[in-house]
Ligand binder design. Structure first.
Ligand SMILES: *Cc1c(COP(=O)(O)O)cnc(C)c1O
Length: 354
């Protein structure tokens, strides 16, 4: 059976505090005004000036030659893996990577690649782990052709890969002749938290993409960047997968607005996440990881309740949080204020006390 996304149970109150995901932000009136003013054209024909403006700006921001606008982050990964790899290839990625856990088996179904699931704490792995995964070049072994890294590592805890680790890993990949791909769904969170420029963060990578529907608050859209040659070949996959659009400038305008207004403020989300984690750590029996960015993962098994029970009890009070990789996840974003964090902490304390 295939599960459709859950609908809010009838009778449950409206969500007042949405810590479920940074994907659930709504476009503000100012963003919608920017969208309405967008100059548009036929994107599929290469005629949409606002899409061109966004792609040029993203290529510059990410330090790559060219960029392509796609409807979603998932499609960026699907287009990138199909462009980098051939059927039968092996991709090296962390075992919690979105490409492995959350893309509907796309990479097996469409690219025909297998993913070697590497292990390591907090969604990260080190150079020794990557080296140990290198296969002999024999007719028996699958050809290894791509290293994939998620910055930040979502299920890992919104974890930031240190620049030094990225450099070590991409050096190994280059040495082996592999291509390198960065899933930068939340790249700007990593850059704002570390003060590292996006182009520097992904300098060792052949391709990288950024999602506009996470903390940046746009209704849809993601941009994949790479060399002229890579983006030229990616266009065929965009077309093949049905990702070529028409007057897409209306959406690209929301992304441009997000770049102008919603990047620096990610620092506020990180402050709120740290405050939530600090408050949770003070509650008896709650185990919480110190967040690097805007994702707070925690366990309540020692607090005499279950994750599902706490999630349901919060939901009955209009507070939404998610369950991911067996743990509770609270996500801060532009619709979450400091007072909402306080209220959530009070609600969790009350539920655990009962
Ligand atoms: C959300 C996410 C994606 C997919 O992006 P969509 O825009 O939801 O398709 C890919 N990778 C990571 C790490 C994500 O968090």
């Amino acid at each position: 059976m295939v599960h459709a996304p859950a609908r809010a149970a009838s009778g449950s109150p409206a969500v007042r505090i949405n810590l479920y995901s940074d994907t659930q932000t709504r476009p503000t009136n100012a963003m919608k005004t920017a969208m309405m003013a967008a100059e548009v054209g036929d994107e599929q024909h290469g005629d949409d000036p606002t899409v061109h403006q966004l792609c040029d700006r993203m290529a510059a921001l990410l330090g790559k030659e060219a960029a392509i606008f796609l409807p979603s982050g998932t499609m960026c990964n699907v287009v990138a893996l199909n462009t980098h790899c051939r059927s039968g290839d092996e991709v090296l990625a962390h075992e919690t990577a979105h490409i492995l856990t959350s893309e509907g088996g796309s990479h097996a179904a469409i690219a025909g690649v297998q993913i070697n699931a590497l292990r390591g704490p907090r969604g990260l792995f080190d150079a020794a782990t990557l080296r140990a995964a290198i296969r002999p070049r024999t007719r028996y072994a699958p050809p290894q052709t791509l290293l994939e890294i998620e910055q930040t590592a979502n299920i890992g805890g919104g974890t930031i890969w240190p620049r030094s680790t990225l450099d070590e890993l991409t050096a190994i990949a280059r040495n082996e002749g592999w291509a390198t791909h960065m899933d930068g769904a939340r790249l700007m969170n990593a850059c704002v938290a570390t003060n590292i420029r996006p182009a520097d963060m992904c300098a060792g990578f052949d391709s990288v993409w950024l999602d506009f529907t996470k903390g940046l608050g746009a209704p849809l859209g993601a941009v994949l960047a790479g060399s002229h040659d890579f983006i030229g070949r990616a266009w065929r996959w965009k077309q093949r997968l049905g990702g070529s659009m028409r007057q897409a400038g209306i959406c690209a305008a929301a992304c441009l607005y997000a770049l102008d207004h919603n990047v620096e403020r990610l620092a506020d989300d990180h402050v709120h996440a740290r405050a939530l984690a600090a408050g949770l750590a003070r509650l008896p029996g709650v185990d919480v990881a110190e967040p690097d960015t805007n994702l707070v993962f925690f366990d309540v098994a020692r607090a005499g309740t279950t994750a599902a029970a706490l999630q349901a009890a919060l939901r009955s009070q209009g507070i939404a949080i998610s369950l991911l990789g067996g743990r509770l996840r609270a996500c801060t974003h532009l619709d979450v204020s400091a007072s909402m964090i306080d209220e959530t902490l009070g609600a969790i304390a009350g539920i655990i006390r009962r």
